[in-house]
Design a protein around this ligand. Structure first.
Ligand code: DC
Length: 229
C-alpha cells in the first residue's frame, strides 16, 4: 500500500503524541514528535544560560543554533524513541515544567522554526510518517494526505497533564499546569511564524470525552478510509 504523511496538530497537552505514537505503531509508520525538538532547543538555551532575567538572548542563540544536533534513538526498554541533544539522552529533562515554561518563546523565534521545519521535512521525505506538533499540516507538510486537528477542554487537558507530572514525581498544582498550557496555546496561536491553527482540510478530533482506546479507534478508522482513497 502507498505510504502517506499524517500530520497531527492541536493544542498543548491534548494527547496528540499518545494517539500519534499508537497509530504509527499499529500501521508500521515512523513517529516524530516535533514538540520534542522545540523542547530540546529550549533545554539547550537553559543549559547554556541564554535566558537572562527571563529574556532570551537571540543573538547568541542565532550564533549557536548550528551547534545543536537533535536526534531520535529507539529505547529498547520502552520500545519508544528517546530525544537526544548533542548525543545526550534528554527525554526526561525536556518534559520538565522548567522547559515547558520557556518553550513557547523559543518556538516563536523565526530562525529556530526555519531550522527545525527543514529537519522535519527531511525526516518525512520518504513518507510513512506520523508527525505531531502545531504547524505540521499547515507549514511542514501542507500536502499531507491526512491531517488531524486535536483539541480538548483546557480543564481536562490540565487534569491529564497534572496526572502525568505527578506520576513522574514532579510537583505541580492544577492552577500552575492550567496556566502554563493556556499561556502556551495563546503564544503558539498568536505568533507570526507557523502559528497553531487548524488547516482548512484537517479533520477535527475533540477528545474531551473520549477514552484513549476510543480516540485511537477513531484515528485508525480515519486512516483506513484515507489510505484506501
Ligand atoms: O507538543 P509539545 O507540548 O511537546 O510542544 C512543546 C512546545 O513546542 C509547544 O508549546 C509549542 C511548540 N511547538 C511548535 O511551536 N511547533 C511544533 N510543530 C511543535 C511544538
Amino acid at each position: 500500500m502507498k505510504k502517506i504523511v499524517i500530520a497531527i496538530d492541536g493544542h498543548s497537552s491534548c494527547g496528540k503524541s499518545t494517539m500519534a505514537k499508537e497509530l504509527a505503531k499499529q500501521i508500521g509508520y515512523t513517529y516524530i514528535d516535533s514538540g520534542a525538538m522545540y523542547r530540546a532547543v529550549t533545554l539547550f538555551c537553559l543549559q547554556k544560560g541564554f535566558f537572562v532575567n527571563d529574556s532570551l538572548n537571540l543573538e547568541t542563540l542565532k550564533r549557536e543554533i548550528v551547534n545543536i544536533s537533535i536526534t531520535f534513538v529507539n529505547n529498547p526498554l520502552t520500545g519508544k524513541a528517546d530525544t537526544y541533544l548533542n548525543g545526550q539522552n534528554v527525554e526526561k529533562e525536556i518534559r520538565s515544567m522548567a522547559v515547558a515554561e520557556k518553550v513557547s518563546p523559543v518556538a516563536a523565534v523565526g530562525f529556530v522554526r526555519e531550522a527545525l521545519v527543514r529537519q522535519q521535512q527531511a525526516l518525512g521525505a520518504e513518507k510513512g510518517i506520523v508527525m505531531d506538533g502545531r504547524d505540521i499540516g499547515t507549514v511542514v507538510f501542507p500536502n499531507a494526505e491526512l491531517k488531524i486537528f486535536v483539541t480538548a477542554s483546557p480543564e481536562i487537558r490540565a487534569q491529564r497533564r497534572l496526572a502525568e507530572l505527578t506520576a513522574k514525581g514532579e510537583p505541580a498544582t492544577f492552577e500552575a499546569v492550567l496556566h502554563n498550557l493556556t499561556e502556551r496555546d495563546r503564544i503558539d496561536s498568536t505568533r507570526k511564524d507557523g502559528p497553531l491553527k487548524q488547516a482548512v482540510d484537517a479533520i477535527v478530533l475533540d477528545n474531551s470525552n473520549l477514552t484513549i482506546a476510543e480516540q485511537n479507534r477513531q484515528l485508525l478508522a480515519v486512516f483506513n478510509e484515507t489510505s484506501q482513497c
